[in-house]
Design a protein around this ligand. Structure first.
Ligand code: ATP
Ligand code: MG
Ligand code: MG
Length: 386
């Protein structure tokens, strides 16, 4: 399909699903990840994977030497080295180093979006305990203290419930660069995947509803059950947010949003510069998956049809629980009897609590049928009884 070799920084489940899509199109992929048996490397025997951290300048340089395009499946990478690759012209970097750098610092990202007129929750830089107290006084309680860098699955967030909690939050996240955010009383969380080709062609996936438990994505429904006005608003917020990123960056982006409990205001929570958990359902439910479209975008190939090919879909994350692998296998085994269900397991050996081990997509002819089918599986989830 394309002679270019794609280098991916990161070899987790997103990399694995990129490899799946690439192999179908005969696109060769090299993976940079410290783990030799990482999920993405397990399913690709292309000999030139690199077993080094995706923050290592030497390793990024070596990856670029053997690739035409570099991309990421995680934003916590070495952007200075990616910028050096761009400058030297060793390989193309998509999305650009400037975009990844901006997004990986959640506070800079908020400042950037707010400066361009995007609606975001009220936020404030927060370098000292005094500033954290001031944020509590300004925003009221609860508010959220967040690590600026290295965050995922809510690790790095602390909900400050009262003024007596500020010191504890600050101490727990201590030593890291922080910022504070107003707690948004949301009716729903929404997400939209937006994919952009270097020349500017843009395609958007349907608006989804995401459900987080303990800050980890647990369920995604596509399409979101929202009225047309909110759907339009979420689509516009997502395309505007991606549209204002630096230098017309190419690739796929996941835009996480809050629908305020007022039922109309849509705020950007954050953007992911890569395939996103809210887009896993696209493998079974859309004409072209988020993974294939990300590859098409970074290879500068025409983008595929992003529309749903089924009336309703859901994605259930399979997350490690206290009882190890049985908490993973129970919902997967249950799904084998459920029409429209597809299991994805990521090949992670260790089923640690709160670790994303796999997911199950369910497609259906109606929202009601979808609910019946997901209920059969959700009842088997380790944390379903909480
Ligand atoms: P991800 O894995 O999506 O990168 P993250 O670690 O960057 O997660 P956030 O997206 O900031 O974390 O927050 C995780 C979840 O916590 C959100 O999806 C939402 O459920 C809740 N949350 C975060 N910020 C706020 C807020 N300001 N108001 C209300 N809830 C919030
Ligand atoms: Mg995040
Ligand atoms: Mg998030």
């Amino acid at each position: 399909m394309d002679r270019q070799v794609v280098g991916i920084l990161g070899g987790g489940q997103l990399g694995r699903m990129l490899v799946e899509a690439a192999s179908r199109m005969n696109v060769r992929v090299r993976v940079l990840d410290p783990t030799a048996q990482s999920p993405a490397k397990q399913i690709s025997s292309f000999a030139q994977h690199i077993d080094e951290p995706f923050t290592s300048p030497e390793a990024i340089h070596a990856l670029a030497e053997g690739c035409d395009v570099l991309t990421v499946e995680i934003e916590h990478v070495n952007c200075a080295e990616l910028a050096a690759v761009e400058e030297a012209g060793t390989a193309k970097v998509r999305p650009s180093a400037a975009t990844i750098r901006l997004i990986q610092d959640k506070c800079l990202q908020k400042e950037y979006l707010a400066a361009r007129g995007m609606a975001v929750p009220a936020y404030a830089r927060c370098d000292t305990l005094e500033e954290a107290r001031a944020a509590g006084a300004a925003f009221g309680y609860p508010f959220v203290l967040k690590c600026r860098l290295g965050a995922y699955d809510g690790r790095g967030n602390y909900v400050v419930k009262s003024s007596g909690d500020v010191e504890d939050g600050f101490a727990r996240l201590g030593g890291q660069m922080l910022y504070a955010e107003q707690f948004v009383p949301f009716a729903k969380e929404l997400a939209v995947m937006v994919v952009r080709r270097p020349g500017g062609q843009v395609a958007t996936y349907p608006v989804t509803e995401t459900v987080q438990r303990d800050s980890i994505c647990e369920l995604v429904y596509a399409p979101a059950q929202i009225d047309g006005r909110v759907r339009e608003a979420a689509m516009k917020v997502a395309t505007d947010a991606v549209g204002c990123l630096p230098d017309g960056s190419a690739g796929i982006f996941g835009v996480e949003m809050f629908l305020h409990e007022d039922g109309r205001t849509v705020l950007v929570n954050e953007i992911a510069p890569r395939p996103h958990n809210s887009g896993h359902y696209t493998i079974e439910a859309c004409c072209t998956s988020q993974f294939e479209n990300h590859l098409r975008a970074v290879l500068d190939l025409p983008l595929g049809d992003t529309s749903l090919k089924v009336p309703a879909a859901a994605m259930i994350n399979v997350i490690g629980g206290a009882d190890g692998y049985s908490s993973v296998l129970d919902p997967c085994l249950a799904s084998l009897d459920v029409p429209g269900a597809t299991v994805h397991l990521y090949g992670k050996a260790d089923a640690k609590p709160a670790r994303k081990m796999g997911h199950i997509t369910v497609v259906a002819d109606s929202a009601l049928q979808l609910r019946r089918r997901t209920d059969l599986i959700a009842g088997k989830l380790a944390n379903a009884s909480d």
